[in-house]
Design a protein around this ligand. Structure first.
Ligand SMILES: Cc1cc2nc3c(=O)[nH]c(=O)nc-3n(C[C@H](O)[C@H](O)[C@H](O)COP(=O)(O)O)c2cc1C
Length: 326
């Protein structure tokens, strides 16, 4: 299974640079993603100056927009900054996205998406992928998705991440859109069977190691979002079960390594909130979870020194080393 790929799902407000460093400590093998960045934000803010850190190897940047020329402009810069792939967001259902005519509503405009792909292809040599849904609205029909794949494949995209649900564009919040539309893995399999010349990655609702193992043997890989965010130590499980990495890193070791990264930034004035907010779930589902959250909360609220995390009394050393996490 070592050649199979697992991707961290792009998540706005979550998969920022600090979170990616935290995740990389827990997993050397997972492929990383930025959060969605609109082409305009990329071009007109300091986002364009960000260079990928060595630890963030295999980092895909996810862009959103509907202007092919802007994709082209972004791509030239992106290639020089060390990203390994450019992903187009054709799946996001938020209000902002609907008004700006990008994200999931572009499933209705496969020719335009294909133009965006062509423009990226002409502007850089990075691989291109698309993250999308099974369809729009309540119809369980794959016509839109097939058209999108047909058109964009011809334009130069051969890699697709499918969130195995429809997007409901009117009436459901993004959060509900990640829960209410039915998960349809079988339909993603139909896509896999129809196209032998594309790479296909399953996304949506994957939380269980045996389910992930099963799907990884069927698809080219999987993409996981909320399970990893809610339970970061789950990555240790993935490392062991999928990538045969038996290291079993402890929470204390994770924190030690993270502090080596975070302390200098804290001294430079980056807020403890930004540096620590993604660590709240480190003790997910353990008896120390509440105390840990309170401990981190106090460090953030009272603006204490970040190194105080070292003094957390309940680091579970032995228990973690001995028992196998599941
Ligand atoms: C807080 C949050 C933010 C998200 N932001 C993005 C995003 O920026 N781009 C995107 O394509 N999907 C985004 N998603 C959707 C995820 O990438 C993923 O498709 C979805 O959560 C289903 O996968 P999961 O069940 O493994 O979480 C977001 C999801 C969450 C929970």
């Amino acid at each position: 299974m070592k050649n199979k790929r697992i991707y961290l799902a792009p998540m706005v407000g979550r998969t920022d640079e600090h979170y990616r460093m935290f995740i990389r400590i827990l997993s050397k093998n997972i492929n990383l993603y930025t959060e969605m960045i609109t082409c305009d934000t990329f071009l007109h803010t300091d986002r364009k100056s960000y260079s990928v850190k060595p630890e963030e190897n295999n980092l895909t940047i996810q862009l959103a927009g509907s202007d092919p020329k802007k994709y082209g402009l972004c791509s030239k810069i992106i290639e020089s900054k060390g990203y390994s792939e450019i992903n187009l967001n054709i799946g996001c259902p938020s209000d902002k996205v609907i008004k700006g005519e990008f994200g999931a509503c572009l499933m209705n405009s496969p020719n335009l998406v294909a133009e965006c792909v062509s423009e990226i292809k002409n502007s850089c040599s990075l691989p291109i992928s698309i993250k999308t849904r099974l369809g729009l609205g309540y119809e369980e029909d794959l016509t839109l998705l097939f058209e999108l794949i047909d058109k964009t494949k011809t334009a130069g995209c051969n890699k697709y991440f499918i969130h195995a649900r429809n997007a409901i564009l009117n009436g459901l919040s993004p959060k509900k859109n990640r829960r209410i539309p039915k998960l349809r893995y079988d339909d993603v399999l139909k896509v896999k069977n129809k196209y032998s010349d594309i790479k296909l990655y399953l996304n949506g609702g994957l939380e269980d190691i045996s389910e992930i193992k099963n799907n990884i043997s069927v698809f080219d890989g999987v993409m996981i979002g909320r399970k990893i965010y809610d339970d970061p130590m789950f990555l240790r499980n993935l490392e062991r079960e999928i990538f045969d990495d038996k290291k079993n890193i402890t929470r204390k070791e994770v924190v030690d390594q993270y502090l080596k990264y975070a302390e200098p930034l804290s001294k430079q004035g980056i807020s403890n909130y930004l540096l620590l907010r993604h660590l709240f779930s480190l003790y997910y589902n353990t008896s120390s979870s509440k105390k840990w959250k309170k401990y981190i909360h106090d460090i953030i609220q009272c603006d204490k020194k970040i190194m105080l995390i070292n003094n957390f009394k309940e680091y579970i050393y032995e228990e973690e080393k001995i028992s196998s996490y599941s």
